[in-house]
Design a protein around this ligand. Structure first.
Ligand SMILES: [Zn+2]
Length: 279
């Protein structure tokens, strides 16, 4: 599933390739629905209008339209965006937008868990996809005190709390493990105890692991299409994720005695951490 860094990389790719304002000459909607129905009269509401900019909120891509509406795209489990020219429609191409320049933006999604919405720009924050969301981890309004306030009084383990989109958006399972490791915080620690300096450290770590992943993604992009046909994880040199039983790179621990990186299950999902470094 594409995570925030992958979606942000797609946004940057679109922004670099499609020079806004860009007139949408033709829209080819090739099926009635993905996980939800396509917006009503999508073709009519897009054709002849300009895309004026590209944004992102959580894991949603936002295409700002000159009509005052915003096209909202979620890539679901297997969705990807292709930027091309003179494309012959392929299986699983569900939406093809052709710009006046001849450039095409294609949404291809074999498993069809993706979603496309269209709403008025001034109703964006109240849209059902966004109304319940917490702050952007890469936004200027995300920091230690903001995170601390959101974790205050929460009895759940901190790992589960930061996966919750109401706390902060876009921190998936892998990035939650990596951020907690970097901050030296146990995934089992009660969320309410993450205050003050600890919250500062965690907020900075979340920002750092996501920023690094975006950087890694930007440099690995080849015409925005991954060779395996899916958006993969860009960052493969994880410090703890999927490294159970291996030596932790931060400790000088005797692996025979300590067992190295530990894997546990929290709410049905794997957590990897170093019990020695993370308290
Ligand atoms: Zn360690």
């Amino acid at each position: 599933m594409p995570e925030l860094p992958e979606v942000e990389t797609v946004r940057r790719g679109l922004e670099a390739a499609i020079k806004a304002p860009a007139e949408i000459a033709k829209v080819d909607q090739r099926r009635p629905d993905l996980r939800v129905p396509f917006p009503k009269n999508l073709k009519k509401r897009l054709e002849g209008h300009n895309v004026t900019g590209f944004g992102r909120r959580a894991k949603y891509l936002l295409l700002y339209i000159s009509s005052g509406e915003v096209l909202i795209i979620h890539l679901g489990m297997s969705g990807r965006i292709l930027i091309t020219k003179g494309h012959k429609p392929e299986k699983h191409d569900h939406l093809i937008m052709t710009f006046k320049t001849g450039q095409q933006v294609i949404l291809n999604d074999p498993r069809r868990f993706g979603m496309v919405y269209l709403c008025k720009e001034d109703e964006l924050e109240a849209h059902k996809a966004f109304a319940h969301l917490g702050p952007e981890p890469l936004g200027n309004d995300f920091n230690g005190p903001v995170l601390a306030a959101r974790l205050k009084g929460k009895n759940t383990p901190v790992k589960l709390a930061i996966l919750d989109q109401k706390t902060v958006v876009g921190v998936g399972n892998i990035y939650a493990c990596e951020a907690l490791f970097k901050a030296g915080i146990s995934p089992l620690r009660k969320a309410s105890t993450i205050q003050g300096a600890r919250a500062e450290k965690l907020a900075a770590s979340i920002r750092d692991v996501l920023t690094r992943a975006i950087k890694a993604g930007g440099s690995s992009l080849k015409d925005y299409r991954q060779t395996d046909g899916e958006l993969g994880y860009f960052q493969h040199n994880f410090k703890v994720y999927d490294r159970a039983g291996e030596k932790c790179r931060s400790c000088d621990c005797d692996i025979q005695r300590t067992g190295g990186i530990k894997r546990i299950t929290q709410s049905g999902r794997s957590t990897f951490y170093c019990p020695r470094k993370q308290k």
